[in-house]
Design a protein around this ligand. Structure first.
Ligand SMILES: [Ca+2]
Ligand SMILES: [Ca+2]
Length: 415
């Protein structure tokens, strides 16, 4: 959001007030488009010929025919025999678990997804960054069982006086030449459209809202009353990292995140198995209904919009909401070719830390880190990025109301 080359702040606080929007809103929305792209994107193409040796998601009870078709097509393009068994370390968990954290034994596993085509979404290349499947080893670690909550983040702010990026007024140094009245603090909020819209322009459903921040997730008139156990949102990468440091933790690498999310299993589509809705039940807070229309979120999974943490069963390691609810920052820089680079080494990647620098060809001037897990805005009709092997990305200074984080702690703690 603070790219000096292409943005300057806005003075509007209304998503309806297009006339007052300036480049920052556009830039923010474009930046969010990276999030929106993997969340929403386009309908799967009609690839009726799944790759050989694929497994399909079972038809989802209670879903309409379009949803069933979508799930089957998505599964057919994602899952193949490229996965090998996970070999977990045989390391007993230390006796005293840090409060709120669960033991992740680490080990060797197959990381990524095996998209045989680009047809999970019709957005070209949107899943290409999660191939090829490659072998990775990670050390044992502790991981927060849940996304960091508002209550937890509030303790951090109370103890340190920390001010988040979204709460900070942009400066003239960041935006040379910008009118002072345009330098306003705020963040980006999902803004459902009044009527159905073509899904080819993410600007339509994101708005830069003045004074939207973690205490005011939907804008200045909103607050955290009753939302103490909701995941904190409107946290930029540096905000998440600052919290982690204060807590004596750190953000997970992307490899740690995926190892943990897979729960010791190999090659499954979701953190809970291969069916989107086992026995007809949703296993994560995602999005059902017409997107992105006002009132379109039907909440069949139990929640319209964001949910408190721990509302769905944990995965095999005891982790809640690794799929859905809010996207989670990882510490890796984003590059779409990173998996290819690791795979080309021909060896097991040990504790990979991500590429040395970020690069997203679609927005080459933006510095992005990897997001994982999808959010309450991910819909099974479009890009299903709550699938455990898929990736997201976000510009490091950009916050929104569907991105949060959770922390890890090394064994022994080194941070
Ligand atoms: Ca939901
Ligand atoms: Ca999550």
């Amino acid at each position: 959001m603070h790219d000096k080359q292409k943005t300057e702040p806005v003075q509007t606080q209304s998503k309806k007030n297009d006339g007052n929007r300036t480049q920052l809103l556009i830039a923010l929305a474009v930046l969010l488009a990276s999030a929106a792209a993997f969340v929403f994107a386009m309908l799967p193409t009609n690839n009726e010929s799944p790759a050989p040796q694929t497994k399909k998601v079972s038809a989802t009870e209670g879903a309409d025919s379009t949803q069933k078709e979508s799930a089957e097509l998505s599964a057919g393009t994602l899952f193949s025999d490229g996965f090998e068994p996970t070999i977990s370390n045989e390391v007993a968990a230390p006796e005293d678990a840090p409060d709120g954290m669960v033991w992740i034994p680490g080990g060797e596993f197959s990381m990524g997804s095996d998209s045989e085509s680009e047809s999970i979404c019709s957005l070209p290349g949107v899943t290409r960054d999660a191939v090829p499947i490659h072998r990775v080893y990670v050390d044992p670690f502790w991981m927060d069982a849940t996304e960091v909550t508002n209550a937890q983040f509030a303790k951090f702010v109370e103890a340190t006086g920390y001010v988040t990026v979204a709460e900070t007024k942009p400066t003239l140094e960041e935006f040379p030449g910008a009118p002072p009245e345009n330098l306003i603090a705020g963040s980006t909020v999902f803004a459902p459209t009044p009527v159905a819209v073509p899904l080819n322009n993410h600007l339509q459903w994101w708005a830069y809202i003045q004074n939207a921040d973690w205490r005011h997730p939907l804008g200045p008139s909103s607050n955290l009353d009753g939302r103490e156990n909701f995941p904190v949102v409107h946290v930029a990468y540096e905000d998440a990292a600052a919290y982690a440091k204060w807590a004596g933790k750190r953000l997970p690498t992307e490899a740690e995140w995926e190892f943990a999310a897979r729960g010791g299993k190999a090659g499954e589509l979701y953190a809970w198995g291969n069916e989107l809705q086992p026995a007809g039940e949703f296993k994560a807070n995602i999005y059902q209904g017409k997107f992105p229309v006002e009132g379109g979120d039907s909440g069949v999974d139990g929640f319209k919009g964001i949910a408190p943490v721990k509302q769905f069963e944990p995965n095999a390691y005891g982790l809640y909401d690794v799929a859905g609810n809010v996207w989670e920052w990882t510490s890796d820089w984003y590059r779409p070719d990173y998996y290819s680079t690791l795979a080309a080494s021909g060896t097991v990647a040990r504790n990979p830390q991500g590429p040395d620098s970020p690069y997203d060809p679609s927005e080459p001037t933006e510095k992005k880190r990897v997001h994982r897990g999808g959010s309450f805005l991910c819909t099974d009709l479009y890009c299903t990025r709550y699938m455990v092997g898929t990736r997201g990305k976000g510009e490091v200074r950009t916050a929104s109301n569907h991105v949060g984080f959770r922390c890890v702690q090394s064994i022994p703690a080194t941070d």
